[in-house]
Design a binder for this molecule. Structure first.
Ligand SMILES: [Zn+2]
Length: 203
């Protein structure tokens, strides 16, 4: 068979799509023809090159894969932080009272003045007759609630029944800061006022 015919048949021979007879004929020719042997080798060559190239492409892709992995972790962390912030935000909004109590402590006190005898009456805070300014967030002030509509005199006694602040005038709807009070100590707030029921806040 002619070398040119073999050359023409070579691609289909290599792709194994020619008939068995053709394949046999090509093989027999190549066995005895050095030129066609070389041709076959050369034709095989590009296939190898393509394989090598595809390997290189795979290797070249590796750093990108790594970057993508790093990026994915960053995105995951961002998502987790956002999620946590949302939960914390929701908690603060829901329990704004809790936060408020911590940063703006406010104890409601009640004092009932039975008559106009002008005697000192103790203010009760949550069924306790004393108040403890137990955190740094207390402003240590006494508020004469606006609804009382009457001025009161306020005095403060300590746990040993000593008067630490004496007879401070507190008009209705105003507050007076109690200077010199210590944290963690029991203080007894007393008022002198006309007959009535008074709402007194410790803040
Ligand atoms: Zn040949």
């Amino acid at each position: 068979m002619n070398c040119n015919i073999i050359k023409d048949l070579m691609p289909s021979y290599m792709d194994e799509i020619c008939s068995e007879e053709t394949a046999k004929a090509v093989e027999e020719h190549i066995e005895h023809c050095e030129k066609c042997q070389r041709n076959l080798q050369m034709m095989k060559q590009p296939t190898n090159n393509i394989q090598v190239m595809s390997k290189e492409v795979t290797v070249a892709k590796e750093p990108f894969k790594r970057i993508n992995k790093k990026r994915r972790i960053q995105v995951l962390i961002a998502v987790m932080i956002t999620f946590m912030m949302t939960i914390i935000g929701a908690w603060i909004v829901q329990d704004v009272g809790v936060v408020n109590d911590i940063f703006f402590p406010d104890e409601w006190g009640i004092a009932t003045v039975p008559d106009d005898k002008e005697e000192w009456e103790g203010v009760k805070f949550n069924d306790q007759n004393y108040i403890i300014f137990d955190s740094i967030f207390w402003r240590k002030a006494i508020v004469n609630h606006a609804n009382n509509e009457k001025n009161v005199l306020v005095r403060v006694k300590d746990d040993n029944d000593n008067i630490v602040i004496d007879a401070v005038q507190v008009p209705a709807g105003t507050s007076v800061k109690l200077e010199g009070l210590k944290r963690h100590e029991k203080y007894y707030i007393e008022i002198k006022a006309p007959q009535g029921r008074f709402t007194i806040n410790a803040i």
